[in-house]
Design a protein around this ligand. Structure first.
Ligand code: IPM
Ligand code: MN
Length: 363
């Protein structure tokens, strides 16, 4: 029996109810495979902040370090704590554990409606590799004379050779393994699109392009491609099936993956993995949607993004068979079209969809 130690952080808003569905699916996996999850739950959240004056204990990273993985529900409740304060926890974990890529697949399940014309499970299959530790999220800057007519703010992005190169290299590696998996060059598979803005950002993105081109030389088997981020949002809607792997800086990756989520049927389907590829530190898995405080406790949100994040966790733990099982079970349940949460135009509860998927795993 394989055993993994997991830190579970449900967080705020709908976090606890979706994390319950993560647990339900993990329980089903344990029943079917020889995989056990030894979970420890942490109540780090905005409520924790209101009690303790911090989002997590000072030694939070030390506490998390021994775990094999971290599962995070969602963080933030602006009625309790300002977002730029509560979200320091998320960013501290991403940076502190060198989770330098954020992997965000954009696929659609059968039975799911996309507002973008022509999107089907057969045509939509791309993945965004978001640089996850620096760039526009470096946290460098300051306020000067705030409140005065001459007041101003600065926000400096850091783009290092090491940080940019490792994210781009990861994207090329993903493209290579996808190409191998799909067995050939069909004109699409085996391409990394560089999401840039080097026409206007004349230092950061020119540097980013320079590193992208440097790395690309090591991958002659993978096609290069580029799109300015503004044009990319246009192409996402106009021709999403064109894309294979996209590599983007921290901020651009953040923005385009919300758009990607809508193409795949909504935020309730978009999973994410904050990965430290070397496995020197635990990686963290989270749906990319927010905490949606207004839906808290109503059991109406879609748990698929969460369940797919568990799938990504199992992949990272090299439990491919169990991971595929989750994916196939989600596809079967959604494809049957009987259980739809509110975002899909139905009235099924969060746990009803979670239960159906868990049952399908065990079927
Ligand atoms: C995400 C979120 C976070 C980000 C926020 C909550 C800080 O939007 O994971 O996409 O910008 O990275
Ligand atoms: Mn985001």
């Amino acid at each position: 029996m394989k055993q993994y130690r997991l830190a579970m952080i449900p967080g705020d808003g709908v976090g606890p109810e979706i994390t319950k569905e993560a647990e339900r699916v993990m329980d089903a996996i344990t029943k079917k495979y020889s995989i056990k999850f030894d979970t420890t739950w942490y109540d780090w959240s905005c409520d924790y902040y209101l009690k303790n004056g911090e989002m997590m204990p000072e030694n939070g990273l030390e506490i998390l370090k021994p775990y094999d993985s971290i599962f995070l529900g969602c963080i933030g409740d602006a009625n309790k704590v300002a977002d730029h304060v509560s979200l320091t926890m998320l960013l501290a974990i991403r940076k502190g554990f060198d989770q330098y890529v954020n992997v965000r697949p954009i696929k659609i399940f059968p039975g799911v409606y996309s507002p973008v014309k022509g999107v089907t499970p057969e045509t939509l299959d791309m993945v965004v590799i978001r640089e996850n530790t620096e760039g526009e999220y470096a946290g460098a800057g300051g306020f000067h004379k705030m409140g005065w007519p001459e007041g101003f703010a600065t926000q400096t992005g850091y783009f290092t050779q090491k940080g940019t190169e490792r994210a781009v290299r990861y994207a090329f590696d993903v493209a290579r393994s996808r190409k191998k998996l799909k067995g050939g060059d069909d004109g699409k598979v085996g391409m990394v699109t560089n999401c840039t803005k080097s026409n206007a950002l004349n230092y950061s993105m020119v540097f980013w392009d320079f590193v992208y081109n440097q790395v690309a030389e090591d991958y002659p088997d993978i096609k290069t491609d580029m799109a300015l981020v503004d044009a990319m949002t246009m192409w996402f809607v106009k021709n999403p099936h064109y894309f294979d792997v996209i590599v983007a800086s921290n901020l651009f990756g953040d923005i385009i993956t919300d758009l990607g989520a809508m193409i795949q049927g909504g935020m309730g389907f978009a999973a994410g993995a904050n990965i430290n590829p070397e496995k020197d530190y635990p990686s963290m898995f989270e749906p990319i949607h927010g905490s949606a405080p207004k839906y808290t406790g109503r059991a109406i949100v879609n748990p698929v993004a969460t369940i797919e994040s568990v799938r990504m966790m199992l992949e990272h733990l090299d439990e491919q068979e169990a991971a595929d099982d989750i994916h196939n079970s989600v596809a079967t349940v959604l494809g049957a079209g009987e259980i739809k949460t509110r975002d899909m135009g139905g009235d099924a509860k969060t746990h009803e969809l979670g239960e159906a998927i868990a049952k399908q795993i065990l079927a």
